[in-house]
Design a protein around this ligand. Sequence first.
Ligand SMILES: [Zn+2]
Ligand SMILES: [Zn+2]
Length: 121
Amino acid sequence: MKLFADVAGFAFTPNHESSVWLGTAISDIRGRVMAGAIRVCAHLRPGMVAITALWASDRMVCNACVGMLAVSGDEDRRCDRCGVLAEAGQIHPAMTSLDPSGAVLVLLGLCASCSQREVAA
Ligand SMILES: [Zn+2]
Ligand SMILES: [Zn+2]
């Protein structure tokens, strides 16, 4: 897990307990996956790490396709938790996992105050 955190350049806090908000967001995505209501890239195979994002929870991609999850313009600065548009550079990237095995990673971007709440420093 630490390896992937390094590769993706995202902060990862393995001991952080998720909030109710994050738990709900994660179970929403899990439900979408179970229902098959999510688009996957052509490369994903069983056993590979899949990556999705709170802001693109209709898509799931392999490590190489993670750029496909990117959004541009204002949406790139929107906090996934409270929806505020943060100043450029003030969105804190974070990462969590759909399940303890870490087979599905979920990226999220949080404003400064939500980041403090969700990702204890
Ligand atoms: Zn791919
Ligand atoms: Zn926020």
